[in-house]
Design a protein around this ligand. Structure first.
Ligand code: BGC
Length: 835
């Protein structure tokens, strides 16, 4: 759909009903508009949270607060700064990921947020340079799927609705929006289109979303860009068909911020909530608001759709245990740290207490330290680690120190100065403190009686040379590479990275240190892989670690690993290639379709990250799933047991017809105008009409245009639909999760210290179009020296299936299937055939 006209439409929930609500149903709709005192939606900066849904005083409901994000609570004080999700994924530890979700959920709840805008599995990480990959888990859909499910459960167990984002194919920041707004310097009239085939969609991009829905996610955020040339928030094939029909999603779909481009079309395509509500920030216009009221009144949008939106929103609210009477106060303002200020920030209205400064951190610092150390990946170790009371430690590099303007000195972390513990964009929080590597390691060194010096600059080459050249020096060099969300440009990187090299002269710094020191340990803080080709084999580099974005406990966590308090067990959740070209698909950095929507054809299909390297038979430097320990492990005794899962039965039957709740709407426009004397808060998006004259009701220049002209046939049809053959339950047909095989293997700790091993199970699905192998099971197991533990994994029907585009279902092909077990995608000593 190109350039759809803005049409008449507005927000989720307003309808006049004269009959009592159906039994057991929450009476969401007002009997009288007069009883409203507030809007349905608020618009940008109009209320306390980044997204707000107005109250319903009639039932004593204070409305909803939506707050970012995937690494902690944004725009609030006295909150924790967690590790990135990518670091959480690198732990490969289900329980830790769940605990992290729960801790983030409880901080959101205690601040008064109802919806936490995370976790993210889109981008999944098709591009190694993708700006927001760190907000998600891993380019492997299985690892991402397990992780997002644990995160959703953790968040929602804390009583907060999780919001799984960005649905879907939002793989790059460049051109995610139309116009020239994001700083890439080109003015395209429509956002980029991610063009994908059905098989790739199911086997890769949709996979983790299905796991999130299966885990009970209450909401989903649709994405900015287009999918097959239809915007994410008005794409019926994506929202109605994939998400709601096939995956059986019962919660609500909200837009990304300003990702709505139409009123009627988005409503009938399956959008349930417009965020933040205005067309562009502070525009005082909305695709919904009064437009939606009018569209329902004039029959353009069916009434059942409005009921469905409201039902979905409230269903999610109740599902996580919220009640109308019992919603904690929203006790912070996103827009100020002052205690007093305007409640309605954009309108500068109702000055009152807006920040209660409640400390919601509990003991999460300890958890964050554990996740950060458990997610640190030891990539190389020539006996240098663990450190054992070294005589002299020199820590080198600005990435080990503080930021000149303080840990929260750059808005939304939009700079790269000092140690990289968190990247930039909406997925940021506020540091309650930040233990730098310099502080964390110095404390250990002093305890040990070591000599300790640090040079927290990348450019003091002379001083560095003279320091690290002294005898007995263990040199620890900290380097980084950053990326983030495209509305902020850092060092010329518009969200996405321009390349995979280290930032701020990191490669040169490594050269300076290694030229003068034979015992150099390199620590990398980054949002994904960096090119290490020039130096990783240098014999003077005795150890390399990846610490990702570790959050507030950065320095303590890295010290724990360096000194062996924590034996590293993290495994890299992405592949480290020899060069940027090794990765295949590249971000579209420049328009490739004139000034129309740039086109990105996902011709690489399911072959991203390790699947791409395996297909090309290119040896990566560090393969997906790789990570060393201070001990060693051996794998033995593979056993495969087949279970009797029975035949797969496609889902059949019909849905019930679309349902309208309550009585028909009143045809009288006077029932929908602003009540007399009603106080309008500037910039709020109200459902009320201006006058009873339909042609003047909105003051909308588009009124009277054929709003339905761009709706596809059947878009307004409320008759029963045939069930989706791959549907039938949350996440899809429940039989897809039938266990077909149980695989066990013995893992033995053959070294001298206790340690964790992540046993990994890969499957070859056979078939020439399939990846060489795909991850289909894992477990992080703690094992005492000399002891053995059993690794156990269940392989489901879905794990062995391919998507069949003809039957629109999952099918287990007749190709021979092989299972592999080991400790990385390329070290798989055990192998067996699945009968
Ligand atoms: C981001 C979302 C975020 C929203 C609200 C958008 O720019 O893409 O991930 O939740 O802003 O801050």
């Amino acid at each position: 759909m190109s350039k759809p006209k803005p049409s008449s439409l507005s927000s989720p929930s307003l309808k006049r009903s004269t009959s009592p609500p159906a039994q057991g149903m929450f009476p969401l709709f007002p009997l009288n508009f007069e009883r409203y005192s507030k809007s349905i939606l608020c618009s940008w900066m109009a209320d306390l949270c980044v997204g707000n849904v107005g109250s319903i005083p009639r039932v004593g409901w204070r409305g909803l607060c939506m707050q970012d994000g995937p690494q902690g609570i944004r725009f609030a004080d006295y909150v924790s700064y967690f590790t990135s999700s990518q670091v959480a994924a690198a732990t490969w530890d289900r329980a830790l990921i769940r605990e992290r979700g729960h801790a983030m959920g409880s901080e959101a709840r205690d601040k008064g947020a109802d919806v936490l805008l995370g976790p993210s599995v889109g981008p999944i990480g098709r591009f190694a340079t993708g700006g927001r990959n760190w907000e998600g888990f891993s380019p492997d859909p299985y690892l991402s799927g397990v992780a997002v499910a644990e995160a959703v459960k953790g968040i929602q167990e804390a009583g907060v609705i999780s919001n799984v984002k960005h649905f879907i194919m939002n793989e790059q920041e460049h051109f995610r929006d139309k116009g020239a707004g994001l700083g890439y310097g080109y003015d395209v009239v429509e956002a980029i289109s991610s063009n994908v085939d059905d098989k790739t969609m199911h086997e890769l991009y949709l996979w983790p979303f299905a796991e999130a829905i299966r885990a009970g996610a209450g909401s989903v955020m649709c994405s900015y860009q287009q999918i097959n040339n239809s915007y994410g928030c008005q794409n019926s094939a994506i929202l109605n068909n994939l998400l709601k029909s096939e995956l059986g999603f019962q919660g609500f779909v909200m837009t990304d911020w300003q990702a709505q481009h139409t009123g009627v079309a988005s409503a009938v395509a399956g959008l349930d909530m417009s965020m933040p509500g205005d067309v562009t920030f502070n525009s005082r216009t909305s695709y919904w608001g009064a437009n939606l009221t009018n569209a329902v009144l004039n029959g353009t949008v069916p009434e059942y759709r409005i009921d469905d939106m409201a039902m979905r929103i409230m269903a999610a609210f109740f599902k996580v245990g919220r009640t109308v009477e019992d919603s904690p106060d929203i006790n912070f303002s996103s827009w100020s740290r002052d205690s007093e200020g305007p409640l309605h920030w954009a309108a500068e209205e109702r000055v009152q207490t807006i920040n209660q400064h409640i400390n919601v951190r509990q003991d999460h610092g300890e958890l964050i330290r554990r996740i950060a150390s458990h997610g640190t990946v030891l990539l190389k170790n020539e006996g240098a680690l663990p450190l054992d009371k070294p005589k002299f430690v020199a820590v080198i590099g600005e990435d080990a120190g503080g930021r000149k303007s303080g840990p929260n000195g750059c808005p939304d972390q939009g700079c790269n100065d000092g140690t990289l513990a968190a990247s930039w964009g909406s997925g940021t929080a506020s540091f309650p403190y930040l233990i730098t590597p310099d502080a964390g390691i110095q404390r250990r060194a002093v305890e040990d009686g070591s000599r300790y010096e640090s040079i927290l600059s990348n450019w003091e080459h002379e001083a560095t040379t003279s320091l690290v050249g002294q005898s007995n020096c263990t040199a620890i060099v900290f380097v980084n590479a950053n990326s983030g969300e495209g509305y902020i440009t850092v060092d010329g990187n518009v969200g996405d990275r321009n390349n995979l090299t280290l930032w701020n002269g990191g490669d040169d710094l490594i050269k300076v240190v290694t030229a003068n020191n034979p015992n150099t340990i390199v620590v990398i803080h980054s949002t994904g892989p960096v090119i290490v080709s020039d130096w990783y084999e240098n014999p003077n580099i005795t150890a390399i670690l990846w610490a990702g974005l570790p959050g507030q406990e950065s320095g303590n966590a890295i010290a724990d690993v360096l000194y062996g308090t924590v034996n590293p067990g993290g495994k890299t959740p992405f592949t480290w290639g020899a060069s940027e070209d090794s990765y295949g698909a590249k971000i579209v950095y420049e328009p490739n379709n004139g000034d129309d929507a740039p086109q990105d054809d996902f011709e690489d299909g399911v072959f991203i990250d390790y699947r791409h390297f395996d297909r090309k038979n290119e040896t990566p430097i560090y393969e997906f799933g790789f990570g060393l320990s201070y001990t060693t492990f051996e794998f033995s005794d593979l056993q495969i047991e087949k279970s009797n899962a029975g035949e797969y039965v496609p889902n059949t039957g019909e849905s019930s017809p679309a349902r309208t709740v309550g009585a028909d709407i009143s045809p009288d426009y006077s029932d929908y105008v602003y009540p007399d004397g009603f106080h309008r808060v500037d910039q709020f998006i109200y459902p009320y009409l201006n006058t009873t004259d339909p042609s003047q009701a909105l003051g909308d220049p588009f009124y009277g245009s054929e709003a339905s002209e761009f709706l596809p046939p059947g878009a307004l049809d409320d008759s029963p639909r045939l069930a989706h053959p791959a549907g039938g339950g949350s996440g899809g047909n429940p039989q897809l999760w039938d266990v077909m095989y149980t695989v066990t293997a013995t893992v033995t700790n053959t070294g001298d210290v206790a340690g964790d091993e992540v046993a990994q199970l890969y499957v070859s699905l056979g078939g020439s179009n399939n990846p060489v192998r795909v991850l289909r099971g894992f477990d992080r197991i703690s094992i005492e020296p000399g002891a053995s533990e059993t690794f156990r994994a269940e392989i489901t029907r879905r794990d062995l299936s391919n998507w069949d585009v003809v039957s629109q279902n999952w099918v287990v092909s007749g190709c021979p299937k092989t299972v592999y077990v080991g400790n990385s995608s390329r070290n798989l000593p055990l192998q067996g055939t699945l009968e």
